[in-house]
Design a protein around this ligand. Structure first.
Ligand code: FPP
Length: 250
């Protein structure tokens, strides 16, 4: 069996290509320590760093993280502003580490809705890291699965109107290609922390066949070892994509 240096338990030939993560529990983590919510988000950034390092170490090609949902705009302005500032500061601060570890940064979502300095910082980091090849970190920001599906429907509708495609030609691949995630493979594994067992409008189309892993660990406490547990759990599962065991083991 092929091995990964630091993690001999992992089967190197069955690494998920794309892992999506719903980072939940920052607020509860802060509350437990008697701190304001933003301190939980700050510690959350440390957990993001660890998770990305782990992904690069074990060869996960894509990691998509739910950093700010469309619905998160409804949080108190003080928290929204603090999160946006944290994002700007973190992207700037982590840029050297992204370069060192071969991480390409991409964004997913309605970036035009973000404050100007935030969008500009992200654009700069995307540009700087665009040739990095080890792992792609996709930050979902002002994103929701339904938003992207609606955007895709508008594109397809326009293409139908312009006669570029017939309605009966719309199939899985046409919809996938119209989504803002078209350039990424569908996630093999979706992780959600903090004990909540919901999808919360994340990558709705793309997770049709993803394995889902829920853990009670709050996001700021999520370490490389927790990520390892999720990967080992994933590797113990049989993915059938609607087929029978006999068909896939033949
Ligand atoms: C969920 O916890 C977390 C978020 C909505 C934000 C996640 C953002 C970060 C970890 C920082 C982003 C920065 C980078 C660089 C990616 P919650 O606030 O919903 O926690 P709760 O459910 O306990 O209230």
């Amino acid at each position: 069996m092929e091995q990964i240096t630091n993690y001999p338990q992992i089967q190197a030939n069955r690494i998920p290509k794309h892992v999506a993560i719903i980072m939940d529990g920052n607020g509860r983590w802060a509350k437990k320590q008697g701190l304001m919510r933003i301190f939980g988000h700050r510690r959350g950034v440390d957990a993001v760093r660890g998770a990305i390092e782990f992904a690069a170490e074990v060869g996960i090609e894509y990691v998509t993280m739910y950093a700010f949902s469309t619905e998160n705009w409804n949080r108190p302005a003080i928290e929204v502003n603090a999160l946006m500032q944290l994002l700007v500061d973190s992207v700037e601060k982590e840029l050297p580490a992204l370069m060192k570890n071969g991480i390409r940064l991409k964004t997913l979502g309605n970036i035009a809705e973000l404050p100007g300095n935030c969008a500009a910082q992200l654009k700069k980091a995307e540009e700087k890291t665009k040739d990095n090849e080890k792992t792609t970190l996709v930050l979902a920001l002002s994103y929701s699965g339904r938003w992207d599906i609606i955007e895709a429907m508008k594109k397809i509708g326009n293409n139908i109107k312009e006669g570029k495609i017939q309605p009966n030609e719309v199939d899985d691949s046409v919809v996938s290609a119209a989504l803002n995630t078209a350039q990424y493979p569908d996630p093999d594994l979706l992780i959600r922390t903090s004990g909540e067992q919901r999808i919360s409008n994340f990558l709705l189309w793309e997770i049709a066949y993803s394995e889902v892993y829920f853990t009670d660990v709050l996001w700021p406490d999520f370490t490389k070892n927790h990520f390892l547990d999720a990967i080992l759990d994933y590797q113990s599962r049989e993915r059938r994509f609607g087929k029978t065991t006999e068909q896939i083991t033949k």
